[in-house]
Design a protein around this ligand. Structure first.
Ligand code: SF4
Length: 426
């Protein structure tokens, strides 16, 4: 077990944060079982800060761990199968829609491809050297959230009644699509080529960096020319509204339930409840890349009861608790670099907005410094702490700088009212 070796954490690569050690657990596809969540709830209660944090790649992290307890945390995580390959501890970013396989609008069910990709990544030692931030996305249908950070993405699209998966590299269309049968081979070949070119050209092993090399895109696609790829126009990038509440699933008697998770943190009571609900009502439990959760494929007959119970433990299904769409980095309690108590300020904004409807696509990022970890692009507002105060960028312009927390909070609340008056709410 190594500590603080590089910045990006894993289970066997705990990093030192301001509040103690932090470990991050790979959860490919965001698929987690109730029994696993229960064990994590127990671990965070006994050895961490009592919460489970969901990351923007639908992984999990525990923080504020003492060195003396680290081994017990690792053993607990291992005991529920969340450390299947120690070598690939940090090769963990496989992202998909949190309602994959349960979505009425999907072109294909991407789950078998994700399982296959995960298995093959773990089977090949060379992929243990992938950059820890290297990220794969496989989407079977419409985009359910905005994400352009992934290195290699396949997105299903339908043309002439046949399903293909369009290949994106570093956020750009490759101009090609593949069939499902060769999808994983294509992804692995692209990842391998990224690693080789990065090594050869001394750039970070990320698809975006490779694309920045002269002829980078061509070199990447040439390396895939042995595969049966067809030239294809990129499918239009259209994000359907971020999910919140109750949605029809692909089975008539089932629904998907999407609560809001305040600042992406679950407390042990919430974790226990989700674990219990997934077992008692056979819900399909998923972590979502908007730092949330989904209870998928729930019987319609129990859905209202379940929504009521979620509301009562602070996991609101209508977003009117004020937190929906608001995200904050670790802030002053968790990060030495933070120049403001962004989590406290995020709570203040949520308290001011409580009881109000949520505008569509309402997103606010609060960052403790200019690094802006976990920032979602295209947010309605970005609040960034600087040595002279907060800077607010709202809808692409800069309406406030060097302001106090109170002024910044007032400005976000005013923006909320303005957006709400000009656009439909949920
Ligand atoms: S944005 Fe800055 S303050 Fe916030 S977690 Fe990242 S480095 Fe720390």
């Amino acid at each position: 077990m190594r500590i603080g070796e590089v910045f990006c954490p894993g289970v066997l690569h705990a990093i030192e944060a301001k509040d103690g050690l932090l470990v991050r657990i790979r959860v490919p596809g965001g698929w987690i079982e109730g029994t696993q969540l229960r064990v994590l709830a127990d671990l965070t209660r006994r050895f961490a800060d009592g919460s489970l944090e969901i990351t923007s790649r639908a992984n999990l992290q525990l923080r504020a761990i003492h060195q003396r307890d680290l081994q017990q945390i690792v053993e607990g995580i291992r005991s529920v199968g969340l450390l299947p390959s120690p070598r690939h501890d940090r090769v963990r970013n496989i992202v998909t829609s949190p309602i994959a396989g349960l979505d009425k609008e999907e072109v294909i069910d991407p789950r078998p491809l994700i399982h296959q990709l995960d298995r093959q990544l773990r089977a090949e030692p060379e992929f243990a050297n992938l950059h820890p931030k290297f990220s794969f996305g496989i989407y079977g249908g419409p985009n359910r959230f905005s994400r352009d950070l992934d290195d290699i993405v396949l997105q299903a699209t339908e043309s002439n009644s046949a399903a293909h998966l369009h290949l994106f590299l570093g956020g750009h269309s490759s101009g090609f699509a593949v069939k499902s049968e060769v999808a994983v081979e294509c992804i692995l070949a692209a990842a391998r080529t990224c690693m080789e070119l990065a090594h050869e050209c001394c750039v970070p092993a990320r698809a975006k960096a490779i694309l920045g090399l002269p002829g980078g895109l061509k070199r990447l696609t040439d390396a895939l020319s042995h595969l049966p790829m067809v030239p294809a126009a990129a499918p239009p990038f259209k994000v359907s509204d971020g999910l919140l509440g109750m949605y029809a699933a692909n089975r008539q008697d089932r629904v998907n339930i999407v609560p809001s998770v305040p600042l992406g943190r679950l407390n042990p009571e919430q974790v226990d409840f989700l674990a219990e609900a997934s077992e008692e009502w056979e819900a399909d439990l998923r972590l979502a890349p908007w730092r949330g959760v989904v209870l998928g494929s729930v019987s319609r007959s129990v859905a209202d009861r379940l929504v009521g119970a979620l509301n009562s433990i602070g996991l609101s299904c209508d977003g009117r608790e004020g937190f929906h769409g608001i995200s904050a980095c670790a802030g002053i309690t968790g990060c030495e670099a933070s120049l403001a108590d962004v989590r406290r300020d995020a709570v203040s904004i949520a308290q001011r907005l409580a009881g109000e409807p949520v505008p569509l696509r309402w997103t606010v990022n609060l960052s403790g410094c200019e690094k802006q970890c976990g920032r979602r692009r295209g947010a309605t507002a970005d609040l960034v702490a600087r040595p002279t105060g907060y800077t607010l960028v709202a809808e692409g312009s800069l309406p406030a700088s060097d302001c106090s927390p109170q002024v910044a909070i007032d400005a976000v609340v005013a923006l909320h009212h303005r957006v709400l008056s000009g656009s439909p709410a949920r």
